[in-house]
Design a protein around this ligand. Structure first.
Ligand SMILES: [Zn+2]
Length: 359
């Protein structure tokens, strides 16, 4: 649409590009929240509606598997059908929350390329039926492999994604943390090229991928997946600035040509988050903090109503505990925990009140 507004619901293709550009030019980033089931998905959309912010919902392969259910014996199949089911859930419901939602998959390393390819099979089928893909973007994290392999595989899969109006998120440089099997023991301030993305690598990625299709880059600038003790995360957002400047000068583009993603944002200093957003970060992943935000009020409730979790009816005084052990009682508290935490995230990232959904 020419006025840069979009219909509420899942956005893909040109709509996704509009969403990304609106964030970059508006000086804000969208929270990208990992989900594992209907409670977490609905809580994320509720938070977005309350904040009047657009939002990114994402599934890891294990999140997709959990959505399908642990009872499915074939784990690979569960990762695929669970990710399809979760996306269909969001396609059906998002418009009723009145905001725009981008659907992403999260980190897929080399071993998980078959998961992405199976999701592309499903995405192509969905595209034939609906004229849009199931997911707005898939993510490949081949940062642990040689860069030549990382870029050639990214190019190969982006060729396929571009045909169904999808975007690709790649990762350059190793982000420390639990997901990547790299501990927090690295020396602070060490100029370790594995922990800090090199702008020259970002330029190579841009020159190869930009002619093929839409893509975004998760660059390492001292960010760490998961939460570590304060002080262990030494962020150097100037790496993002330098990467933007190198691409702009070499390729003669406008300001901030790269669409950048901030991984491992949990526990980061707010000032560094603002600085990173100024350098073209449009998406910040949030997982650890929303997991805790869900679980903390549930734990408090169980603690306060311990007898309701041991007896249906109190054996001493006959009190019925149905209202407390009905799973909706505590699952709703978990949802409210996520909503509160995401309102804070929207505030930090500047996306509050900025939804471009209309109608
Ligand atoms: Zn990452």
């Amino acid at each position: 649409m020419s006025d840069n507004t979009l219909k509420p619901g899942v956005v893909t293709g040109e709509g996704y590009k509009t969403l990304v550009e609106a964030a970059k030019s508006g000086g804000y980033a969208l929270p990208a929240v990992n989900v594992t089931g209907t409670n977490t998905i609905n809580a994320v959309m509720e938070a977005a509606a309350e904040a009047n912010s657009d939002i990114i919902i994402q599934l890891s392969n294990s999140g997709g598997q959990f959505y399908a259910g642990r009872g499915i014996k074939d784990a690979f199949k569960a990762k695929v059908v669970g990710s399809v089911a979760a996306a269909q859930h969001v396609h059906l419901l998002a418009e009723y929350y009145g905001i725009c939602v981008a659907m992403h998959t999260d980190h897929a390393n080399k071993a998980l390329i078959p998961w992405i390819e199976a999701l592309l099979d499903e995405g192509e089928k969905y595209y034939q039926q609906h004229g849009k893909p199931l997911y707005s973007s898939h993510m490949l994290d081949l940062s642990a492999d040689p860069i030549d392999f990382n870029l050639s595989e990214s190019a190969r899969l982006l060729e396929r994604m571009a045909k169904i109006d999808m975007s690709l998120e790649i990762e350059l440089g190793v982000t420390g943390g639990e997901e990547d099997g790299i501990g927090s023991e690295f020396e602070e301030g060490a100029d370790n090229s594995k922990l800090y993305t090199q702008p020259e690598d970002v330029l190579r990625a841009y020159e190869l991928l930009n002619p093929i299709g839409h893509f975004s880059v998760a660059a390492s600038f001292g960010n760490v997946h998961g939460v570590y003790k304060p002080g262990n995360v030494k962020l150097r957002p100037e790496i993002l600035k330098n990467s933007q400047a190198l691409v702009q000068q070499t390729c003669g583009t406008g300001n901030n040509p790269l669409h950048l993603v901030f991984h491992g944002g949990s526990g980061s200093e707010k000032a560094k988050i603002h600085e990173a957003v100024g350098y073209g970060v449009f998406k910040m992943n949030i997982d650890t903090d929303t997991q805790f935000a869900f679980s903390k009020p549930v734990g408090k409730f169980v603690h306060e109503h311990a007898r309701a979790f041991a007896y249906q009816v109190d054996p001493e005084d006959g009190t019925p505990y149905k209202k407390q052990y009905d799973p909706r009682a505590y699952l709703r508290l978990g949802e409210e925990g996520i909503v509160a935490r995401l309102l804070e995230a929207c505030e930090d990232l500047g996306s509050r009140g900025k939804s471009i959904a209309r109608g």
